[in-house]
Ligand binder design. Structure first.
Ligand code: 6R9
Length: 660
C-alpha cells in the first residue's frame, strides 16, 4: 500500500484534552464552526473586524478588499500602519516593557534575555543607523544572518523605516545570494562575520564578499557586519561597516515610517517549478494581521506561554512565527542559534526543560531524526527530560507520517498536548489548514480543517469541486489578507503560477495535491503536484538543481527527481549524462562527489543530490521529453510496470536501475 493509501485509511482520532478546551481561545468545534459561518456570511466584514481589533492603525482603513484588479488583490488599502510599531511600541504602551521578548540560547548554551523595552531600543538605534546611511522607505535590504537577536533586530529595523527586507538563508551559496541581490535590486546587505552551528564556525561575510565580487551587485552601497565571533574578516573601506558602529551614538527612539497597508514588508525567495527562484512579495497590514490571528487561534498564545519555533529566520516560518507573530502578540519566545544534535540529540528536550517551554513548533524531519537518535542512545531519549511544561505541539514544512506523529504525541506531549499539523506555504504568509488545539479532533498525518476565513477546496483539472474521498488539486477560492501579492518584478509569472487561466484565473493554486476524508472532510496533503521537492522541509525546484548540474562543463544533460527518504521525507536523486563516456566504479564515485560539491557551490549544501546515477542518455519520449515518472520509479528501486513502448530508447532503463 502506498503512503497515501495508508494516510487515507488512518482512522485514529485524538480529541483535545478537556482542560485545554476549557481555556482555549477557540474552545470547541461549535465555536470554530460559528467563526467559519461568520466568514461565509460576511467575508469582508469578518476580516475588517479582526483587522480593527488586532492591529493598531495610524490611519484607519475604510476599504477592506479591492478585487478590481484580480488576482492582484488589495487589503485595507487606504489604511496606514507600521509593523515594527505594532510589534514593539504597542507592547511598551501595554505594560509589557519589562516582559522578556526573546530568550536567546547560543550554540554553546549561553543564554541572554532581551525585554521588549531593550528590543525596542535596539531596533530604534539600528533603524536610525540605517537611515543615517541613506537607506529609506521602499529600498530593498538583504539580510544574510545567523539565528540571532540581531537577525530579528535587522528585520524589525527595516520594517520600522519602511525598507523591504529579503532574508537569504545562511546555507545558500554566494551564487544564490548574488542572484537574489540582483533580482531584488538591493542597496545594502546586513550580515555577520560568521555563524556558529554545532560547534563549527561557518563564514557569512566571506560569502557576501564572494557574491558581490561576482558582479552585477554594484547597487549595493553598504555591507553591515554583526560581529558574532569577532573573526578577522576583510572590510572594504567606504562600503563595509560594523553593526556596532552603525548603532553607536544613535538615538534610542525612532519615529516609525507610516506605510500603506499594501506596502511590501518583505520579499522571500522560494523555489518554483521553473529554474529561477521566485521573489514572493508580502504586504504589511494583511500579513501582520494573519501572523497575529494564527498566533492566537492555532497556537492559543497566552501571556504565560513560552513559545518556541525552531525554524530559521531564512524561511517563511521564521518570519511569521519568530520575527513578527510572537512579538505582535507580546509573547515570550525562545530563539535558538544552533542545531538539534549538538552537543547531543537531546538538545531540544534539554532546552524545553531549561526554558520551561509551553508551545513547541518544529519540522517532521527534525522529529524523525530525533526518533532515530533516541532509539540509538537512551541518554538522549525524551523520557530523560522533564517536559511537563509543554501544553501544545506543532509541526510544519512537510507531511508528517502517522508513526512520527504518534511518537511526538506520546513521547514529547505525554498524550496530553494537542498537535497542530499546520499546512501552509511561503506564499500564504501564515497557517491555512490546521487543527485548532482546543477544538479539532486530531488525526495523525492530516492537517484537518481550514482556519476560519480560509476557503480551501479540492478540485479537478478544470477547477470543479471534487467530492470528499476523491484526490485532486488543493486550491483556495477567496483571497485572504496574508496572501502573496506578486512575484517581485514578474507579475505575469505570479498570475501564471498561482491563478492560471485554466482554472478561471480566480482560484489560488497551492501546488499541492489533497484529498478530503469522506466523513469528516479533513484534508490530507498528498504532496506537490509540480516539480518541487521537499527535502527536510526545504523547498527545492528540480529544474533549479538540473540547471546547476548542466552548468558544469562536463555535464551534457541531467534530470532530478525526488526519492522517498525515511528521515528527510524526500531525497534528491540526479540522473546525469556526461559529455564524455559514462563513468563506472571509482571514477563514477569521484565524479559524483565533484558534482555534489558543484551543486553546493551553485545553490547551497541543502541542494546537494544524495544520489547521482550516470547513464549514456536519459529515458525520453519520441518527442524528446524526459520521462521523469519513470525516473522516479527507478530512483525508488522499484520495477517498472508502466508501458514503455513510447520510449525512444527503452534499453536505457536497465542501465539507470543501478545505484552507483
Ligand atoms: C511553511 C512552509 C510549502 C510546502 C507546501 C507543502 C509542504 C508545508 C505542510 C506541508 C503537508 C504540512 N508543507 N506544511 N505538507 N503538511 N503541514 O513550509 O513553506 O517552505 O514554502 O513550503 O511545504 O508541499 O506546498 P514552504
Amino acid at each position: 500500500m502506498s503512503d497515501i493509501e495508508t494516510l487515507k485509511q488512518e482512522n485514529r482520532i485524538f480529541n483535545p484534552p478537556a482542560e485545554f478546551v476549557k481555556n482555549a481561545t477557540i474552545s470547541g468545534m461549535e465555536a470554530y464552526k460559528a467563526m467559519c459561518a461568520e466568514a461565509e456570511r460576511d467575508y469582508e466584514g469578518f476580516w475588517a473586524r479582526h483587522a480593527r481589533e488586532n492591529l493598531e492603525w495610524h490611519k484607519p482603513f475604510t476599504k477592506t478588499l479591492d478585487e478590481s484588479n484580480a488576482p492582484f488583490y488589495k487589503w485595507f488599502e487606504d489604511g496606514q500602519l507600521n509593523v515594527s510599531y505594532n510589534c514593539l511600541d504597542r507592547n511598551l504602551k501595554n505594560g509589557n516593557a519589562d516582559r522578556t521578548a526573546i530568550i536567546f540560547e547560543a550554540d554553546d548554551g549561553k543564554v541572554a534575555n532581551v525585554t521588549y523595552a531593550q528590543l525596542h531600543e535596539r531596533v530604534c538605534r539600528f533603524a536610525n543607523g540605517l537611515k543615517s546611511l541613506g537607506i529609506k522607505k521602499g529600498d530593498r535590504v538583504i539580510v544574510y544572518m545567523p539565528m540571532s537577536v540581531e537577525g530579528v533586530v535587522a528585520m524589525q529595523a527595516c520594517a520600522r523605516i519602511g525598507a523591504t527586507h529579503s532574508v537569504v538563508f545562511g546555507g545558500f551559496s554566494a551564487k544564490s545570494l548574488q542572484e537574489r541581490i540582483i533580482d531584488a535590486g538591493a542597496v545594502a546587505v546586513i550580515t555577520a562575520d560568521e555563524q556558529v552551528r554545532g560547534g563549527k564556525h561557518l563564514p557569512l561575510k566571506a560569502i557576501v564578499d564572494e557574491a558581490l565580487g561576482m558582479g552585477g551587485c554594484e547597487v549595493i552601497k553598504n555591507v553591515i557586519v554583526y560581529q558574532r565571533t569577532n573573526a578577522n574578516v576583510g572590510m572594504v573601506a567606504g562600503r563595509d561597516l560594523k553593526m556596532q558602529d552603525v548603532l553607536a551614538n544613535q538615538s534610542a527612539t525612532c519615529e516609525p515610517e507610516w506605510v500603506d497597508a499594501e506596502h511590501p514588508l518583505f520579499i522571500l525567495y522560494t523555489s518554483g517549478s521553473t529554474g529561477k527562484p521566485k521573489g514572493v512579495q508580502h504586504s504589511s497590514g494583511g500579513y501582520l494581521l494573519w501572523a497575529m490571528l494564527t498566533m492566537k487561534w492555532t497556537f492559543d498564545i497566552k501571556p504565560t506561554d513560552i513559545f518556541w519555533c525552531t525554524a530559521d529566520i531564512g524561511w517563511v516560518t521564521g518570519h511569521t512565527y519568530i520575527a513578527y507573530g510572537p512579538l505582535a502578540v507580546g509573547a515570550t519566545q525562545v530563539v535558538f542559534e544552533g542545531v538539534p544534535t549538538y552537543p547531543n540529540a537531546g538538545r531540544f528536550w534539554d532546552m524545553i526543560q531549561k526554558h520551561k517551554t509551553t508551545i513547541f513548533y518544529t519540522a517532521p524531519t527534525a522529529i524523525r531524526s530525533l526518533i532515530k537518535a533516541a532509539d540509538a542512545d537512551a541518554n538522549v531519549h525524551p523520557s530523560k527530560y522533564d517536559l511537563s511544561s509543554l501544553r501544545l505541539l506543532g509541526t510544519v514544512g512537510e507531511p508528517i507520517n502517522p508513526e512520527a506523529w504518534m511518537w511526538y504525541y506520546r513521547n514529547i506531549g505525554r498524550e496530553n498536548c494537542p498537535i497542530v499539523d499546520t499546512f501552509w506555504q511561503t506564499e500564504t504568509g501564515g497557517h491555512m489548514i490546521t487543527p485548532l488545539p482546543g477544538a479539532t479532533p486530531m488525526v495523525p498525518g492530516s492537517c484537518t480543517l481550514p482556519l476560519p476565513g480560509i476557503m480551501a477546496a479540492v478540485v479537478d483539472e478544470t477547477g470543479n469541486d471534487l467530492p470528499n474521498g476523491q484526490g485532486g488539486i488543493l486550491v483556495v477560492k477567496r483571497p485572504w489578507p496574508s496572501m502573496i501579492r506578486t512575484i517581485w518584478g514578474d507579475p505575469e509569472r505570479f498570475k501564471k503560477s498561482y491563478f492560471p487561466e485554466e482554472f478561471g484565473g480566480k482560484l489560488y493554486l497551492a501546488g499541492d495535491g489533497s484529498v478530503r476524508n469522506k466523513d469528516t472532510g479533513n484534508f490530507t496533503i498528498t504532496g506537490r503536484i509540480d516539480d518541487v521537492l521537499n527535502v527536510s522541509g526545504h523547498r527545492m525546484g528540480t529544474m533549479e538543481i538540473e540547471s546547476a548540474l548542466v552548468a558544469n562543463q562536463i555535464v551534457a544533460e541531467a534530470a532530478v527527481v525526488g526519492k522517498p527518504d525515511e528521515t528527510t521525507g524526500e531525497s534528491i536523486c540526479a540522473f546525469v549524462v556526461l559529455k564524455r563516456a559514462r563513468p563506472t566504479g571509482d571514477e563514477a564515485k569521484q565524479i559524483a562527489k565533484e558534482l555534489r560539491d558543484w551543486v553546493a557551490k551553485e545553490i547551497g549544501p541543502i541542494a546537494k543530490p544524495k544520489e547521482i546515477r550516470f547513464g549514456d542518455n536519459l529515458p525520453k519520449t519520441r518527442s524528446g521529453k524526459i520521462m521523469r515518472r519513470l525516473l522516479r520509479v527507478l530512483a525508488k528501486g522499484e520495477e517498472i510496470t508502466q508501458d514503455v513502448s513510447t520510449l525512444e530508447n527503452p534499453a536505457i532503463l536497465e542501465q539507470l536501475k543501478q545505484a552507483q
